[in-house]
Design a protein. Structure first.
Length: 217
């Protein structure tokens, strides 16, 4: 679901209306954000929602363990688990075929002909953003810069928040996560500023970037 598509315009209009109706209820608001974000991400391929959920569950659990563990070795072990899990998932989807092909070429240069299996892997959209985002949360909790959240719903909203899920930026937990833990009300000034920023960004994408792309290529 591209930001400059008609389907996103309909999706966002429906989301904004529902958000307006439930904004006073913190839990309902965050449920809406999670549901909308998973719908947004799964629109392309719902199978990849499993990866978002796995990354979310991993670092939410690591954060809780780090919050109640004081022994340095155990804390480092759990942080290493977060790093290995996230980078392992990212590395598999981005670099498995690259390393397999490179190994086959290197062995071929040595006179060893092998046919190593490659996979028809589709790179999940935004995987770098949400894996690094959840991993940075675990690092912040490990360093004591952020208290571990007890709400899995709030953490799901932090990880999957659709405006920045597939295009960034990578938001630090101490900046974005607290915004899901406190009430917020939409004002007319906020709507006007947000609409202006969206239209300006859409202009730069559709009018400037898309037309300059052929020249750059």
């Amino acid at each position: 679901m591209l930001f400059n598509s008609h389907v996103f315009l309909l999706f966002f209009a429906a989301f904004l209306l529902l958000y307006w109706l439930v904004q006073a209820n913190l839990r309902a608001r965050n449920l809406l954000i999670v549901a909308a974000s998973y719908l947004f991400y799964g629109w392309w391929d719902a199978r990849f929602l499993v990866l978002v959920f796995l990354s979310t569950g991993l670092d939410y659990s690591v954060g809780l363990v780090l919050a109640r563990t004081r022994e340095p070795t155990k804390r480092k072990t759990w942080l290493a688990l977060s790093i290995a899990g996230n980078l392992g998932m990212l590395g598999f989807f981005k670099y498995y075929n690259f390393f397999v092909n490179s190994a086959a070429i290197a062995l071929g240069q040595l006179g060893i002909l092998v046919h190593l299996p490659t996979l028809n892997i589709v790179l999940p959209v935004g995987i770098s953003f949400y894996t690094f985002q959840t991993m940075s949360y675990a690092m912040d909790v490990y360093r004591g810069d952020l208290a571990a959240t007890r709400s899995f719903l709030n953490f799901m909203a932090y990880v999957a928040f659709f405006p920045q899920l597939v295009a960034g930026p990578i938001e630090r937990g101490r900046h974005l996560l607290p915004q899901f833990e406190r009430p917020a009300r939409i004002t007319r000034a906020m709507l006007e500023e947000g609409l202006w920023l969206m239209l300006w960004g859409l202009f730069k994408k559709v009018v400037l970037a898309d037309n300059l792309a052929p020249l750059v290529d």
